[in-house]
Design a protein around this ligand. Structure first.
Ligand SMILES: C[S@@+](CC[C@H](N)C(=O)[O-])C[C@H]1O[C@@H](n2cnc3c(N)ncnc32)[C@H](O)[C@@H]1O
Length: 298
């Protein structure tokens, strides 16, 4: 079961501006505008998909909803800052996001072990994570922090070194990096949580709600630096705040469900003793946030 209802009035009525390193109760569409413009390094947006029976997921036109989010987030991001927007394969269909952000990748999060099976169509085995940046020059992409093991055997790898490969239309030597390879844009190595996962906070959070920490960790490591500011407008069970706390990133998290807020706060408390505390952000743009910043350690 999720944590019992607590002082939800308190949770659902945060004073503005939003405090750093806290989970704020309320509607993301109302609260995000109070984040200072151009202050956010990374946004992890795992919000409604428009496919589930939960009341919060009943969005009549998910594409228009996503466009509204993209427009709102583009103002909050720093130049070169990144947005990861979760959704189904159609989540960007027929909308023009190009005036706001640059789409760099549509990452496929491949989940071959989904239990529900289609009868009149192919079973959907993946989610999409749309990776955008603001402008055309990205601020950060820490490839070395997210490399995955090379899949080929050593002998074959060494042979590959001598095999020419084509990049940008030119032949060059195939590179073998001891540290591992780029994870690419189809991720099958990170499994969806199951009933048996230690991480899972409740069965109610299975299927499209609670994401594996490893998944969010890859995004945070790739597109932010220690002490950066990460915005998670739909934080659910608090996976992204927990990862940020562990990796020494500042965060602003928002969630409308008081049960999830309680769960997320419990997870944050558990993580506290094992983390590097992010330093306060130096930017003068964040003056208000800093004045009201909540300490990570109580
Ligand atoms: C897919 S879940 C996020 C799960 C999260 N990434 C995790 O690992 O636990 C989406 C969450 O968004 C919340 N939500 C939906 N609409 C919202 C809104 N307008 N404002 C704030 N939260 C909202 C839901 O309550 C739900 O917990």
């Amino acid at each position: 079961m999720l944590a019992s209802r607590g002082s939800c009035e308190e949770l659902l009525n945060p004073p503005l501006p939003l405090k750093l390193n806290q989970i704020h109760g309320g509607d993301a569409l109302q609260l995000v505008p109070s984040v200072p413009d151009g202050s956010v390094d990374l946004i992890i947006c795992d919000g409604p998909y428009g496919t589930q029976s939960h009341a919060w997921d009943q969005i009549p036109n998910i594409q228009e909803f996503n466009l509204t989010l993209i427009r709102m987030f583009s103002v909050k991001l720093k130049h070169g800052g990144a947005l990861y927007l979760f959704g189904k394969s159609n989540c960007l269909d027929f909308i023009d996001y190009r005036p706001y952000l640059t789409l760099c990748s549509r990452i496929i999060w491949f989940q071959p072990n989904r239990l529900s099976q289609g009868r009149i169509n192919y079973t959907n085995n993946y989610d999409i994570i749309c990776y955008f940046i603001k402008g055309h020059r990205l601020r950060v992409f820490n490839l070395d922090d997210i490399r995955v093991p090379q899949l080929v055997e050593l002998e074959h790898r060494l042979r590959c070194e001598k095999v020419p490969s084509v990049s940008n239309g030119k032949f060059s030597k195939t590179k073998f990096n001891q540290k591992g390879k780029n994870p690419g844009d189809v991720w099958g190595d990170i499994k969806q949580l199951t009933y048996k996962s230690h991480e899972l906070i409740s069965r109610a959070a299975l299927n499209t709600i609670q994401k594996p920490e490893k998944l969010i960790e890859r995004l945070v490591k790739a597109s932010s630096l220690p002490n950066d500011l990460v915005l998670d407008p739909f934080c659910g069970t608090g996976t992204c705040p927990v990862v940020c706390q562990r990796l020494g990133r500042n965060f602003i998290a928002i969630e409308s469900d008081h049960d999830f807020i309680n769960v997320a706060n419990t997870r944050l408390k558990r993580t506290m003793n094992h983390v590097r505390v992010p330093q306060k952000l130096p930017s003068s743009q964040l003056k208000n946030l800093l004045t009201h910043a909540a300490p990570l350690h109580n």
